[in-house]
Design a protein around this ligand. Structure first.
Ligand SMILES: [Zn+2]
Length: 387
């Protein structure tokens, strides 16, 4: 099977940035037409065609490069600015896995439950190792629903429609990711050698900024400020997609940390890793904004949206506590079978009950849920906190 991963993007060093963008589109058209469709709906030809551009003020647009956005796999759930080797322009690289993973994730929430969330987390955690190319089975219905939706015209005001999944907010999520990238440009985070890392990536020199906590928070706040210009009714509903994205990234961080702990590593990142803290700050800033705008007068739909957010957050915290350590244990003891079970669940060949039975059989075989194992796990956790 030809996949995005197995067919690397081979760059001709003579190409201009526009030619690179065109070649990247052609490749996507051949390998993942569904992702190309999404890409075109969001960026068309470049930054100035994005939904985000439409709500930015002239001051905010000032100094932002009007460059093409291309989607290629860099396997980092990240965006970065790249320089054409011919030296005649730049473009934004948008990792294809952002589209792939967000479509899987947002389509699953809230109807698909724990196995789907876990399958998404495992796939995200193994991004660099294994790559399941086809979308999860549950995305089909969600995509159909979103495609059939007619976006209200501006003079219709805010029209509330209930959707069965969060996929409707995908655009908003992507706007946030792009705005975060712009923020680094606007806030001058890319200036100075210290913050910029140059990397070769399939023949392209990529300028990625080094992760710096304070700057990430600053860029998130800038991005959120731009996004608050959409009507508050939409903002409050779609915000959940950005939050869910951070919770998801946090679950991946927790899974990786748990695997490290099982391996015996003792110096681990703090209990509140990056994604958790970024998500928390976004929720806090948004709550302030919603409160100021509505003055506490929530109409029923807004109230429902905010309640749904709270419910999902509580569910996620519980799911993380229960599922992530177990997933890590199963993966550690039997990686092949754990991946196999989750892949089968993703493609729809394994039902929920069968999934649970399969996972339980790994647990039993390796005595993962036994008291003795539990005790060992507690000792490991204490040890990793002490050192
Ligand atoms: Zn950043």
């Amino acid at each position: 099977m030809h996949t995005l991963r197995s067919e690397p993007f081979l760059l001709n060093r003579e190409w201009s940035s526009r030619q690179i963008a065109e070649q990247a589109r052609l490749r996507l058209a051949k390998l993942r037409p569904d992702v190309l469709e999404l890409h075109d709906a969001l960026f068309h030809d470049g930054v100035e065609n994005s939904d985000l551009w439409a709500i930015m003020t002239p001051e905010e647009k000032e100094g932002i490069l009007r460059i093409p956005v291309i989607a290629i796999p860099i396997q980092e759930f990240n965006t970065c600015i790249a320089e054409a080797p011919a030296g005649d322009g730049q473009f934004i690289v948008f990792d294809t896995c952002i589209f792939k993973e967000l479509v899987d994730l947002l389509s699953a929430v809230p109807t698909q439950g724990l196995p789907a969330w876990t399958a998404c987390v495992l796939q995200g955690a193994l991004r660099k190792v294994s790559w399941t190319e086809s979308p999860a089975f549950w995305t089909e219905a969600a995509i159909r629903e979103v495609k059939a939706y007619e976006w209200p015209k501006p003079d219709h005001g805010v029209v509330y429609t209930r959707f069965s999944s969060l996929l409707i907010g995908l655009r908003f999520c992507v706007m946030f990711i792009l705005a975060h990238e712009f923020a680094h440009q606007k806030l001058n985070h890319l200036a100075g050698d210290l913050s910029v890392v140059l990397r070769e990536l399939g023949g392209i020199v990529v300028t990625a900024h080094q992760k710096h906590h304070a700057r990430e928070f600053e860029a998130d706040a800038w991005a959120l400020k731009v996004l608050t210009r959409v009507p508050v009714g939409y903002f409050a509903t779609w915000l959940l997609c950005i939050e869910a994205m951070f919770w998801y990234l946090n679950s991946i961080e927790l899974f990786n940390a748990e695997c490290q702990r099982i391996k015996g590593a003792t110096s681990l990142p703090s209990d509140h890793p990056d994604a958790w803290e970024r998500g928390r700050r976004i929720s806090e800033l948004s709550a302030d904004f919603i409160e100021t705008t509505t003055q506490g007068n929530l109409d029923e739909s807004l109230y429902k949206s905010l309640k749904a957010r709270k419910t999902l957050f509580e569910w996620w915290k519980k799911a993380n506590g229960l599922m992530i350590p177990l997933l890590a244990e199963c993966y550690w003891n039997d990686p092949e079978r754990t991946v196999g079970i989750h892949d089968a669940f993703r493609d729809g060949s394994l039902g929920v009950d069968e999934y649970k039975a399969e996972m339980r059989s790994i647990e039993t075989k390796h005595k993962i849920t036994s008291t003795w194992y539990g005790l060992r796990r507690t000792v490991r956790r204490v040890k990793s906190k002490l050192f």
